[in-house]
Design a protein around this ligand. Structure first.
Ligand code: SF4
Ligand code: SF4
Length: 355
C-alpha cells in the first residue's frame, strides 16, 4: 500500500453508462455534463495543496513505503480541454518532492479519444487504467482497442478493468477472454450501487477471479446488491483478515466498519475540483469529526495541512473513526476495532511509533 491521491478533473464525460451515478459535488461518483470544466488555475492549486498533504504523511512512513499514485480521472479527464497542460504542470509541481518520495501519474480513462490525441496524452502519464464500459458506443470502444494496443506495444505500464455490467454480461466476459488471449493485463471490476446485482450464473462466472465466491456464497448473494455483502479492492489488491498474512483474500465479506478505527487517512486523499472540496477518498467521506463530509476545501486546506502536520508530529496514531454505513473504496486501508491493534499493524508502514 502506497498513497492514492485522486484528482478529479472534470465531471463531463462522452459516455452515459447505465451504472454511472450523478457526480455533482462528488456525491455519487460519476458524471454530469451540465457542469462546466473546472478552472485550470484552481485545479492546479488543489493539486499543489494535495501534494503538500501527501508529503505530510510521507514524513511518517518508512522509506520503502514512500510512494504515491496521482490518479487523474473524472467524468472523463481526457476531455478537459487543457488536459495536456494540466499533466505537464503536475510534473512540475511534484518536482520539489521527487527526492523524498516517488509519484506515479495514473490516468483512469475510457480511452475513447482518437489515436493521435492518445499518443500525446500518453507522454505525460506513467500508468494507465483503461476502463472498459460495455455501455459505450461501438465506434468509441473501437478507439479504446486501438489505444490499448498502442500502449501495450509501447511497453508502458497499464491495466484494463472491465466493469462487470450484468446487462451486458456476455460482452464483459468475452472482452476479458479476448484481451487475455492478446496478452493484455486485464481484470474484472464488480459494480457498486443498484446495478451491482448478479444472478447465480454471473456470480459463478466471477468465481474464476474471486476464490471467495463459493457455492454457498453464490446461493446467499444471488439477486442481491453485492455491495451489501462485501467488497473487493478497486485496485485489485489482495487483503488480509485478522492479520492472517498467509491467506489473503480478494473479496472481504463485510461492508460496514462503523465505529472501527481506520487508517484511510494514511493512504487516501481526493481533490474534487468541481466542488473545490477535499475528501478522504471518492467513496470514503469520513473526516476526523463524527459526521461524513469533506476534510477541507480550497480556502482552508493550507491550515488543515498544518494541523495534520502538527498532529502527526506527536505520533503516527492518528486515525479515523468510521461513521459510514458502507465501506467501498478504502476497504483495503488497515482497520481494527481497537486503536492499539491498528497502531500495531501500522508499524508495517510507519516509522514513527505511536506516542
Ligand atoms: S465512462 Fe465512467 S464517468 Fe463516463 S459515463 Fe461511463 S462510468 Fe460514468
Ligand atoms: S468508510 Fe471504509 S475507508 Fe472510510 S473510514 Fe469507514 S472503514 Fe475506513
Amino acid at each position: 500500500m502506497g498513497f492514492l491521491f485522486d484528482w478529479l478533473l472534470t465531471l463531463k464525460c462522452n459516455y452515459d453508462c447505465g451504472y454511472c451515478g450523478k457526480g455533482v459535488n462528488g456525491n455519487i461518483p460519476g458524471h454530469d455534463n451540465s457542469r462546466p470544466h473546472p478552472d485550470v488555475d484552481m485545479a492546479l492549486k488543489m493539486l499543489e495543496q494535495g501534494l503538500r498533504y501527501v508529503d505530510t504523511y510521507m514524513d511518517i512512513k518508512k522509506p520503502n513505503m514512500r510512494s504515491a499514485i496521482l490518479n487523474i480521472y473524472g467524468g472523463e479527464a481526457v476531455y478537459h480541454p487543457h488536459i495536456e497542460f494540466l499533466l505537464t504542470k503536475s510534473s512540475e509541481l511534484y518536482g520539489q518532492y521527487k527526492d523524498k518520495w516517488a509519484l506515479t501519474r495514473q490516468l483512469t480513462t475510457n480511452a475513447s479519444c482518437g489515436l493521435e490525441k492518445w499518443k500525446k496524452i500518453s507522454e505525460h502519464v506513467e500508468y494507465t487504467t483503461f476502463s472498459w464500459h460495455s455501455d459505450g458506443p461501438v465506434k468509441l470502444k473501437n478507439n479504446f482497442v486501438k489505444n490499448l494496443q498502442y500502449t501495450h506495444e509501447s511497453g508502458k505500464r497499464y491495466q484494463v478493468v472491465v466493469l462487470m455490467y450484468p446487462k451486458a454480461w456476455d460482452e464483459c466476459l468475452y472482452t476479458i477472454t479476448h484481451f487475455k488471449k492478446r496478452g493484455y493485463n486485464v481484470r474484472p471490476k464488480i459494480l457498486d450501487g443498484d446495478e451491482g446485482v448478479y444472478t447465480d450464473k454471473q456470480l459463478n462466472d466471477l468465481a474464476q477471479f474471486f476464490p471467495e465466491f463459493s457455492s454457498e456464497f453464490v446461493e446467499k448473494n444471488k439477486g442481491k446488491k453485492i455491495q451489501r455483502e462485501g467488497r473487493a479492492c478497486c485496485g485489485g489488491k489482495q487483503m488480509c483478515i485478522d492479520r492472517d498474512y498467509k491467506s489473503p483474500v480478494k473479496f472481504v465479506e463485510r461492508q460496514t466498519f462503523m465505529g472501527w478505527n481506520c487508517s484511510a487517512n494514511h493512504f487516501f486523499l481526493m481533490a474534487d475540483t468541481d466542488s473545490q472540496q477535499f475528501y478522504t477518498n471518492k467513496d470514503c467521506w469520513v473526516n476526523e469529526g463524527t459526521t461524513r463530509g469533506p476534510i477541507a476545501n480550497l480556502d482552508n486546506m493550507d491550515s488543515y495541512i498544518e494541523k495534520i502536520r502538527d498532529r502527526l508530529s506527536q505520533g503516527a496514531d492518528y486515525f479515523l473513526t468510521c461513521v459510514q454505513k458502507t465501506c467501498k473504496c478504502g476497504i483495503c486501508a488497515p482497520k481494527s476495532v481497537s486503536k492499539e491493534s491498528l497502531s500495531d499493524v501500522m508499524k508495517i508502514y510507519n516509522q514513527t511509533l505511536p506516542a
